[in-house]
Write a protein that binds this ligand. Structure first.
Ligand SMILES: *Cc1c(COP(=O)(O)O)cnc(C)c1O
Length: 396
């Protein structure tokens, strides 16, 4: 759909856009311009003259339509782990009489670690009896009782690709008096999300996966507009103050989404994000979703035809999947290394998951068939079975 807008190394079939999207061609120039044309020349005046100060809001508004959010309800900054903390803290404060954070075992570890860390620091003396309850993904709805303060879920499971029904679960959570907090890390840019329509109170997500803004790109946070003025920002930094440059001794939260800013934003990374969002100007997320289903269905079919050793780990029904397909195999790590050596980049998640992301912006059917052929060859010849492919690197 937009293959010409991205750089991909010669001969590489990139099925890892669910971990780190490739570089939009415009990003290199945009970052270069921000460094040489702005930082170098404008120095401190760049905050005003180049508009750096307002970028978290400006880019939040550009990103908002991709997740079905209204203008003024999204702000960019920090990392996703920090945004999870911030949203969760604010959500808990909206339900002080309840004590359970409900999540599922398919959630990404950092989301669960952050919840545990938050409980430890908020509830040192255990007076609040705050608890993280982690249940099977299919059992979330059954555990939405009146102890649940916050239902904190990631819409697309990073390992299996299983897709939660965001609208239905949000409704159920709210019917039971809980706050809904969604992590859209594997949704934003991958499939249509209807944040405003589904009425969730909070959402967070990252911009370096399907949004292609580069390694370390900032995260985003959404707060439903009607509660944005009451949600308390637990990370009360000066950039979320109503008048940061009054240097007031006392914190006064800014109105609405602006209060979810914390400190100085990453200007160079935001330049890359700005360029990455240009790619979406003339792309419909519905078309992306349809094409992604076509690509992933094709991949499953071609892989199953060639690789009886692999077991499909993702839901077979495309409507129950995000934009990735996973298989399991005991020596999955070595298989992924063998694939990468042949120019097909997927990734591995412990203990035995081979993961492949499908991103129609820069992938087509030929790529997918070719990737399946190469995987088929590696499995048939067992060429993964070499010591070099079994050496674990720091990042898998
Ligand atoms: C990728 C991902 C993260 C990563 O958080 P960072 O702070 O950006 O490292 C967190 N949560 C989910 C669900 C993810 O998929």
């Amino acid at each position: 759909m937009k293959k010409d807008s991205f750089y991909l190394p010669d001969g590489m079939i990139y099925l890892d856009g669910n971990s780190l999207g490739p570089m939009p061609l415009a990003a290199a120039n945009r970052v270069q311009h921000t460094v040489v044309g702005e930082w170098k020349e404008l120095l401190i005046t760049g905050w005003n003259k180049a508009g750096w100060y307002h970028q978290p809001r400006v880019l939040g508004d550009r990103l908002a339509p991709l997740v079905g959010a209204k203008e003024g309800s999204v702000v960019i900054g920090d990392t996703l782990s920090i945004k999870v903390f911030q949203a969760l803290a604010a959500a808990l404060q909206l339900r002080p009489e309840r004590n359970v954070i409900l999540s599922d075992s398919g959630n990404f570890p950092t989301d669960l670690y952050i919840a545990e860390g938050l409980i430890k620091s908020f509830d040192r003396d255990h007076k609040l009896n705050l608890q993280l309850k982690v249940v099977e993904p299919e059992a979330v709805a059954d555990h939405l009782d009146d102890s649940v303060a916050v239902m904190m879920l990631t819409q697309v499971d990073y390992r299996t690709g299983r897709l939660h029904d965001m609208a239905a679960l949000t409704r159920k959570a709210q019917d039971n008096g809980a706050i809904a907090l969604w992590d859209l890390a594997h949704s934003a840019g991958a499939l249509p999300v209807h944040l405003a329509d589904c009425n969730a109170e909070f959402a967070v997500g990252c911009t370096y996966k399907y949004l292609n803004a580069g390694p370390g790109a900032p995260a985003f946070i959404y707060v439903r507009p009607d509660i944005a003025d009451t949600a308390e920002p637990a990370l009360s930094g000066w950039m979320g103050h109503s008048e940061p440059f009054a240097f007031d001794r006392h914190y006064q939260a800014a109105p609405a989404i602006e209060r979810m800013r914390i400190g100085t934003p990453p200007v160079l990374q935001m330049a890359a994000l700005d360029a990455a969002l240009d790619v979406w100007d003339d792309v419909s997320i519905n078309d992306v979703r349809n094409k992604s289903i076509e690509l992933s269905e094709c991949f499953i079919k071609e892989v199953e035809k060639r690789c009886p050793q692999l077991t499909l780990y993702s839901p077979r029904d495309a409507s129950q999947r995000g934009s990735q397909v996973s298989f399991t195999f005991d020596e999955g790590y070595a298989v992924i290394q063998a694939l990468i050596a042949e120019g097909v980049v997927g990734d591995f998640r412990a203990p035995n998951v081979l993961r492949f992301g499908f991103t129609p912006l820069y992938l087509d059917i030929d790529d997918v068939v070719r990737a399946a052929e190469i995987l088929g060859k590696i499995m048939t010849k067992q060429s993964w079975d070499q010591p070099a492919f079994k050496q674990r690197a720091a990042v898998t």
